[in-house]
Design a protein around this ligand. Structure first.
Ligand code: ADP
Ligand code: MG
Length: 383
């Protein structure tokens, strides 16, 4: 696959699709991680004398009033500070003002176009990959670089649309995601152990189906463990149950008896106890300390570990010990260790265990789809 390094960027108009979908509250950016993560690709283009044209979405645009709170203006100011360089902000997504600003760019200049999803009014041109829009945006540049991993699982005009009409490559951020995730999933050093948690089985059916074929062990925690336990006929009290997934769990369990490891104890509102001691009025909200020890036995020997989904309701301190326990085990293991999923990534970061991982995938939905073995349209379109 072509990357930004494979192009001569000198004097070229380079469109870079970045992910500037940052949280903004009352006009102020509350977390600029995504802007910082895109700097490597942007700086590379600047250093190589490109005329840099940045495009990104921000939030959703369903009605006219959404435009006010989802303008990229504040992002252009923050980006300017981070690059230590003026960023030309163009408040439209097409037309003479945008075209003139692009034609006036000097080598090394950086321009940020307004939110690509402003084109979603009135008829979702960006989100439905309108052909005319993709062609038009492509006509503004000479080279297209996709570096927005978080939207790569969607075919939008600003990724698939432009890439269908212009010479394209991926940026450093997407390259790093692929280089870490794909070998771990498809060609892992063994034993390969997957830790799965999170809320519902139904959110993760695709991930389970794909990884159960590839992994040596699957350790299951979180809310989803209870549907598996129920499928084995156990009492789970008021714990999260995903009724429609019981049959799926039965099938997976019967086909993979020795691979799937379920919790042996839990933390409820009332106590920590063996799974068999949950009563009708209790809810399992975290894995217990005996389960953490059990999981450790599998993890200690593993050479590749992929973790998706917190093993308890980690947002509440008293139900966070399982998730913290897994972090602590992984910190002391020498293996390829990958965490993926929005909540998993934020748990790992909040608990201060970033360093314990080989890679933390920031893609949310895009990382999940890679774990499901799917092809991401925003990447597939790039040869
Ligand atoms: P990710 O975003 O990493 O893919 P998910 O969104 O699937 O993870 O799951 C995260 C959510 O699962 C968290 O909000 C957490 O509180 C919830 N969760 C974990 N364990 C339980 C449990 N035992 N009962 C209810 N919710 C749980
Ligand atoms: Mg989540």
């Amino acid at each position: 696959m072509k990357t930004i390094r494979d192009f001569d960027l000198n004097n070229k108009k380079v469109i870079i699709r970045v992910d500037f979908n940052v949280p903004i509250k009352d006009g102020i950016i509350t977390d600029d991680t995504r802007i910082k993560e895109s700097l490597k690709t942007i700086n590379y283009a600047i250093e190589n004398n490109a005329k840099v044209i940045l495009m990104s979405h921000l939030g959703r645009i369903k009605e006219e009033s959404d435009k006010l709170k989802n303008t990229l203006k504040a992002v252009s100011i923050r980006l300017s500070e981070l690059l230590n360089k003026q960023v030309i902000f163009v408040p439209t997504t097409r037309g003479i003002e945008l075209e003139t600003a692009i034609n006036n760019l000097n080598n090394g200049d950086v321009l940020l176009m307004e939110n690509t999803r402003f084109e979603d009014l009135p008829d979702k041109k960006e989100s439905k990959n309108n052909e005319e829009l993709g062609k038009y945006w492509a006509s503004l540049g000479d080279i297209y670089i996709n570096d927005a991993f978080g939207t790569a699982h969607r075919a939008h005009a600003s990724n698939v649309g432009i890439a269908s009409n212009l010479e394209s490559g991926i940026g450093f951020l997407i390259e790093k995601e692929l280089d870490n995730l794909l070998p771990a999933i498809n060609n892992p050093s063994r034993p390969f152990t997957v830790i799965l948690g999170g809320a519902k089985v139904s959110d993760k059916i695709g991930v389970i189906e794909n990884l159960v074929k590839k992994a040596d062990y699957i350790l299951i925690g979180g809310g989803m463990a209870f549907t598996f336990l129920k499928a084995k006929g156990m009492e789970i009290g008021k714990s999260l149950l995903d009724d429609e997934s019981i049959d799926f769990c039965k099938k997976i369990l019967s086909e993979n008896e020795s691979k799937i490891i379920l919790p042996i104890d839990v933390v409820t509102e009332l106590k920590e106890c063996f799974i068999t001691d949950i009563t009708k009025n209790e809810t399992g909200l975290d894995i217990g300390s005996k389960t953490v020890k059990l999981f450790k036995q599998y993890l200690d020997n593993s050479k590749t570990i992929i973790w998706n989904g917190p093993v308890g309701m980690f947002e509440e301190d008293r139900y966070s010990n399982g998730t913290k326990g897994i972090c602590e085990i992984l910190k002391n293991i020498n293996a390829t260790k990958i965490a993926g999923g929005g909540d998993t990534a934020s748990a790992v970061k909040n608990f201060g265990y970033e360093e314990a991982f080989t890679h933390i995938s920031t893609g949310g939905g895009a990382s999940l789809e890679l774990l499901e073995g799917k092809v991401l349209p925003g990447i597939d379109i790039i040869k």
